[in-house]
Ligand binder design. Structure first.
Ligand code: APR
Length: 311
């Protein structure tokens, strides 16, 4: 069987870590693309990773490039092009810089690899993935945004640490926009099926929910730039679900056409990812508080999308 081709748009912190993970997981050949000014970094990372793969005995062709034609025929594109947050910035503050970048990437992708399954990470996430799909005019099953897997991982990590159980046993899902009003669900959060409320007192739960909402900002405050290991790992899980037809149920930013009473926006909801991309959008029975929070988060996302539409 021919090896699969994974295109990474943006060879920065997340792009580089993703390239490493794709090779380590033997997912296929990797193309690390960046702007001409960063082409040598992309080429250097590709060379370094090719040599690492030699040590770990992985057959993978890894190239760095500033020529979009090299992405032709890619099965998956993972988009991290853009600038990350600096301390004190919100994700929405990035829109002025990242909107032209996402438009540039989408218009090139439309020419060279219009049929790839696309996972967008650039922020502000929900608006950037909306714009990417709009420019491409692609079916919604082929363009998805990565935020929910990451936000849920943060939530699960904090809960596991609080309770003193394996992260493996925490079932936690965060829906809504990738911003401060995201919606960590409590109604279906469990330790292997046992309600989370049996383990954590309400006031501690409230503080963990709040820390989850600001989980990205906490890392920006520590490092001066945004997280990259967990975002890369989260995007990898989604790419793997597609490439290996795993039919995984994951929270992700999907284009809504009436689900949850919402339409014409991207928002974090549970989806099933398999060989056809976003194969299903799952509508959960949320409690009234969660539904209200989701509606509020959707309104925030919608206001950013309106800015994008006017720009
Ligand atoms: N085409 C391709 N790559 C681009 C373009 C473009 N038009 N414009 C910028 N880039 C590249 C930059 O040159 C840089 O190498 O995107 C890369 C981004 O890498 P980093 O600055 O290291 O940022 P990173 O931490 O990887 O985050 C990227 O993902 O999570 C989001 O908020 C984050 O929007 C940010 C993005």
């Amino acid at each position: 069987m021919a090896r699969r081709k994974i295109g990474l748009i943006g060879a920065g912190n997340i792009g580089g870590e993703l390239a490493n993970l794709c090779v380590a997981r033997r997912l296929g050949d990797v193309v690390l693309y960046d702007v001409p000014a960063k082409m040598e970094i992309a080429k250097g990372k590709a060379l370094d990773l090719g040599q690492a793969a030699t040590v770990s005995d992985v057959e993978s062709r890894i190239i760095g490039t500033a020529d979009f034609a090299d992405l032709g025929g890619a099965d998956v594109l993972i988009i991290t092009a853009g600038v990350p947050r600096k301390p004190g910035q919100s994700r929405d503050d990035l829109i002025g810089t990242n909107l032209p970048i996402i438009r540039d990437v989408a218009s090139r992708a439309k020419v060279y690899c219009p049929d790839a399954f696309v996972i967008v990470l650039s922020n502000p996430l929900d608006a950037m993935v909306y714009e990417y799909r709009r420019v491409l005019d692609a079916p919604r099953r082929r363009v998805v945004g990565m935020a929910g897997v990451l936000d849920s991982a943060r939530f699960a990590y904090f809960l596991a640490s609080e309770i003193g159980v394996s992260v493996h046993d925490i079932r936690a899902m965060v829906l809504g926009g990738h911003g401060d009003d995201m919606v960590p669900l409590l109604s279906n959060c469990t330790v292997n099926g046992v309600p989370i409320q049996d383990f954590v007192a309400p006031e501690r739960l409230a503080s963990i929910v709040q820390r989850t909402r600001q989980g990205g900002g906490e890392i920006v405050g520590l490092m001066g730039t945004s997280a990259f290991y967990a975002p890369a790992q989260s995007a990898l899980a989604m790419a793997e679900a597609y490439l290996l037809d795993q039919k995984r149920l994951l929270p992700a930013a999907a284009y809504l056409e009436g689900e949850y009473g919402l339409r014409d926006l991207y928002l974090g909801v549970p989806v099933v990812i398999g060989k056809d991309g976003v194969e299903r959008i799952v509508e959960l029975a949320l409690d009234s508080n969660e539904r209200e929070m989701l509606t509020k988060s959707a309104a925030t996302v919608q206001s950013i999308i309106e800015v994008v539409k006017r720009s």
